[in-house]
Design a protein around this ligand. Structure first.
Ligand code: CUA
Length: 314
């Protein structure tokens, strides 16, 4: 133990912002508590039962303008806090461009991590300092919550959905990863470590990782094994959208909406194919729910993403 500390270290770019808002709120609340307490004390002395104070008229210095003025001023103070915290929350939801993507599967009671090059780890997450890391997460069973106090980030991982969370670690070191949603008897043991390394150290670490299967390669094998290629490649008997160049682009849907083909859309299309059917195609794709595991889904998504770099076939 490195002594008692009231607050976890600030080890990510957003942590300082979150703490600033937190301390501003605490500061404001303290001022208000002191003010109200002082007024209570003053009034209970001045207007005690035996005192001969004026109780029926407002003091002379008081006016309607003062009343309106301080009401409006407090309103603006709180609107400002709302805007400040809201803006911070929105930026926490929108990852910057070109992040390092890492896939995490939460399950009772562990965190399974898969890096893009196929390196896997359990209850440990190695990341380089100074780089934006985007975690996309799935749960295999119940709701878990990915929580790293030192980064001031937390996001629930809900089964059947892909949740994203991002952070930019700044200080190399080891930080606690916790599950912040009660998820069963071993919930309190569902902990791990985020190991923030120097960029060079991280490069060395991920290069010497044992028997890494490339996510994209694995996905390409599954794409054939599950028969996706039968319809989605040219020459298939059933006409299905060509997936080259799809990832990251807008997809017009049969009901008139347009959706961006991100990891969540690809995943949803595999699990719930009738939900968002691409315009011009028949809703004939079978669901692969309960057939593909979360690990396999991550590989398929990585493979389809890799197709985006190739030109679309016509
Ligand atoms: Cu997972 Cu609590």
């Amino acid at each position: 133990m490195d002594g008692f500390r009231l607050f976890p270290v600030e080890a990510a770019a957003g942590a300082v912002k979150v703490d600033t808002i937190y301390f501003a709120l605490i500061g404001l609340a303290t001022v208000i508590v002191l003010l109200v307490t002082a007024l209570i004390v003053v009034f209970s002395i001045r207007y005690r039962r035996s005192a001969t104070a004026e109780r029926h008229r407002l003091p002379k210095w008081f006016s309607r303008e003062i009343e309106i003025g301080w009401t409006v001023a407090t309103l603006f103070v709180f609107l400002f806090i709302f805007w400040w915290a809201g803006a911070q929350n929105l930026s926490a939801l929108t990852p910057p461009r070109n992040p390092l993507r890492i896939h995490v599967v939460a399950k009772q009671w562990m965190w399974k991590v898969e890096h893009a090059n196929g390196v896997r780890e359990i209850d440990e997450l190695h990341v380089p300092a100074g780089r934006v890391v985007l975690i996309d997460m799935n749960s295999q069973d119940v709701i878990h919550s990915f929580y790293v106090p030192a980064f001031r980030i937390k996001r629930d991982v809900v089964p059947g959905r892909t949740e994203e969370i991002w952070f930019k670690p700044t200080v190399p070191g080891q930080y606690k990863l916790l599950c912040a949603e009660f998820c069963g008897t071993e919930h309190s043991h569902m902990t791990g470590q985020v190991v923030v390394m120097t960029p060079q150290g991280f490069a060395r670490w991920s290069a010497r990782a044992p028997n890494a299967t490339d996510l994209v390669q694995g996905g390409a094998l599954l794409f054939r094994a599950y028969g996706c290629s039968g319809c989605h490649n040219e020459g298939g008997t059933v006409r299905a959208p060509d997936l080259h160049g799809v990832f990251g682009s807008p997809v017009p849907l049969s009901d008139g909406r347009t959706i961006t083909a991100d990891a969540r859309y690809i995943r949803d299309s595999i699990l719930f194919p009738l939900q968002d059917v691409a315009a011009g195609y028949k809703p004939v794709m079978p669901s692969f729910r309960n057939r593909v595991s979360d690990d396999e889904l991550a590989q398929l998504v990585a493979y389809i993403k890799s197709l985006a770099d190739e030109a679309p076939h016509d």
